[in-house]
Design a protein around this ligand. Sequence first.
Ligand SMILES: [Zn+2]
Ligand SMILES: [Zn+2]
Length: 345
Amino acid sequence: MAAKRPKLKSSAPAAAAGRLDRMLGAHLAAGPGLVKAADRAAAVGAMGLQIFTGNPTGWARRAELPKELPAFRARMKEHGFGPLAVHAAYLANLAGPNPVFREKTVELLRHELRVAPEYGASFVNVHIGSHMGTGIEAGVARVAEAVERILDGVPLADDSALLVLENSAGGGNGIGESLDELIDIHECMAARGINMSRVAYCLDSAHLWGAGVEMKGDDEVDRLVEQFDKKIGLEKLVMIHYNDSKAAHGSKLDRHQHIGGGEVGTRGLAALIRHPRLAHVNYYLETPGMEEGWDKLNIERSLQLSEGTLKLKPLPAEEPKVKKVKEPPAKRVAVAKKQPTKKRR
Ligand SMILES: [Zn+2]
Ligand SMILES: [Zn+2]
């Protein structure tokens, strides 16, 4: 029965270090162990990592921190990795009207921000959420109010992580789907007197696509970058979730796909990872089947796009089968510059 697995002979090893002028990491499962996740990221050629600190679909967070945190932080350094991102649980909703869920959201994000320095994380990334039918304006005001409360509950320190708000694909009354909505949120937070040096943004390319934002090629991505810079400031864009999309443009659906295997296409994705004004941004893959071997393949495909190769090989029909990763070398050359974290806060 072993007949039909197209073994992906990856003769060109996906090693981002040296091939890319910016940080390209991957979201990997931390369940099997944090040090393991860091080693896997290095073995598949990533330069950084995004993780969950607990169950992504539950509210509960562990009372005790994992024992391996010191070893994890040391390993991240050994690999010369870029900034670690913690992705908050999906249940969080900064924009929703339900008071019970709002309390839980505030508590959850305070928790993530409090533990982030223990993980060595620079970013706590959260989906902005849904206004649940109460309208954009009310939703935007609630986001600003929630962010203020979250930050007020976590004293600022030298190693504090940034709270990073992520754009939405727009389905289910999700807000922050267009740049205009992100700008509204940004201005509303600033008007409230929130310390904006603690807040930043993440753009997910699959969400941009689902939301109907134009990003087909260089010109469209140029416009997006210019507009973001003019209204919010490019230094505020610290993360890109680098994903292709299975869903149609403007469908409002959030369906991540392998790089160059979806609807966004290689021109738009290449424009995003090659844009000269986005070299300071940290890119993280959130593509499917990470631990099944697709992680290495998607890193390689991203690198090819970054090098200007727009014609990628067709995706294999089945798992690329690099489940077993070799022990990575103990030390790697660091090319990813660490974010100048202190200044921005
Ligand atoms: Zn994302
Ligand atoms: Zn998504």
